[in-house]
Design a protein around this ligand. Structure first.
Ligand SMILES: [Zn+2]
Length: 112
């Protein structure tokens, strides 16, 4: 049984704001940080209206084995792909507080 996804409050930022997002703003935030804080990763195309939210559950599913992956390293590899995507690599990424319930306990074996 999975809980239904709550409606997300994620909205596309205004163009001016969007143009100001820099990967440097993410500092050294990693997948682990996003999971621990309950952040979604918002992926916003600058070339078309596409806006995608990777919820903490999505992030864990995709990157659960790579918790120390920096978002700033991941982001340049993202493109506006998938259904309706325009293929652009001009993508802004930023954290969005996940709207649903999320709690996460990090795996407690510290092997790195
Ligand atoms: Zn696009």
């Amino acid at each position: 049984m999975t809980a239904p996804q709550p409606p997300s409050t994620l909205k596309r930022p205004a163009a001016k704001l969007l143009s100001r997002f820099r990967l440097d703003d993410l500092h050294d935030d990693t997948i682990r940080v996003f999971l621990a804080k309950g952040f979604s990763l918002a992926i916003c195309c600058r070339e078309c209206p596409r806006l995608i939210e990777w919820t903490p559950a999505d992030l864990e599913q995709r990157f659960g084995a790579r918790l120390d992956l920096r978002i700033a390293d991941l982001a340049p590899r993202l493109a506006c792909t998938g259904e309706g995507g325009c293929g652009s690599h001009d993508i802004a990424v930023f954290p969005h507080g996940y709207d649903g319930n999320w709690s996460w306990s990090p795996p407690d074996h510290g092997d790195d």
